[in-house]
Ligand binder design. Sequence first.
Ligand code: PHE
Length: 447
Amino acid sequence: MERENFGNRFGVLVAMAGSAIGLGNLWRFPYLVGSYGGAAFVFVYIFCVLLCLPIFMSEVVVGRRSHANAYGAFKVLAPGTRWKWLGAVSVVTPIIVVSYYSVVGGWSVEYFFKAATLEFTSGATQAGMSTMFGRFISSVWSPIIGHTIFLLLTAGIIIAGVKSGIEKFGKIMMPLLFVLIIFIAVRAATLPGAGEGLRYLFKPDFSKIDASVCAAALGQAFFSLSLGVGTILTYGSYVSKNENIIASSTWTATADFLFALLASCAIMPAVFAFGLNPQEGPGLVFETLPFIFANMPLGWLVAILFFLALIVAALTSSISLYEVGVAYLVEEKGLSRRGASVLVFAIAWILGILCSLSFGPLADFHILGQTVFNLFDKVSANVLMPVGGLLLVIFVGWVMKKHDVIDEMTNGGTLSGNRRTSQVIYFLIRYICPLAVVAVFLTALIF
Ligand code: PHE
């Protein structure tokens, strides 16, 4: 069967950056920065991104070399071995992630409508905004409707295909996203009293760095770069043979990091300008920000743009999660693209409903002491993603032939500029990355 490829270099970049840049940057990163001490966290995070970059390249290498979906890739590259189990996990995990991701995507849809109908009005209090959020997520229908709309949008883009769905959507939306976030960051940074927030972001207090900061930063780097769940592998399989893997991976990671910083510049200065607590946690975007928007000049416009940006960023990531299952079902099970999309929709929709209800009627239903939403979130971000990433990098460093890996990174030796770099990257993949990932997790466990 003829497989689709991304059309050109820009297409590859927007698709990969689209996957990487998402709720992780706009929602997760800023609240982690707030909870883990500001610039010190940012500083550790930079190291973690550098550590994750070779892992990102490894995923692209496996995808492009095998030219197959996340499960098929291991059958092609290591036939008859147990590595196909890693492939199986890589197909199941993104479906779990997309189901709870879509619930938060649904919250963004709801908040976009709230912003567009000017519900965040002046005079709102922070307590009022927290109550509004609490009431909303614990209700039954509204969040499920949001989740359904969001998942339908995702499915629509997926059905349109790799080139005319994923790539085209990214090409229009990713530049728009950068424009939106720059506009919001400039607005926030020019609020009176914003300087304090910028100092908080850029002037590290190194005494704040401890094992928990390192573990959180590494987990966030995995999450933000979409690693360990077969996503980058699947996108890698759509990258054409003359593409420069080292360059496009580096560009993606850079864009992802810059976007996370920009998002923090849009949020932290405003938090400080209003004398609020940066350690708000996951509620930062949905409770603190609407309060700020309600009380700042031009806030209504910024609110609409911010929640629009949140939806767009979340969509380009959720399509990358969704595509993993679709590619698997089409190539391994012979389903049509449309049929596969419907099947993934059905599974993710039902699981997502359980996640959504776990803030309301199912709040007391616990598995391993966690609500369904928290279980999905914790197990995937803290266990499945890092373990998946670790196994993948071991696969590339120790199971694949060195010659094949270097061959992928230099396009059969034709990219002479990559010859030296690829040797260094191979060394990192084989020794440094696995050891460092294990070390960080052991430290986090022990301390
Ligand atoms: N990287 C995405 C974000 O930051 C989330 C994601 C994780 C997407 C894993 C795909 C795979 O929001």
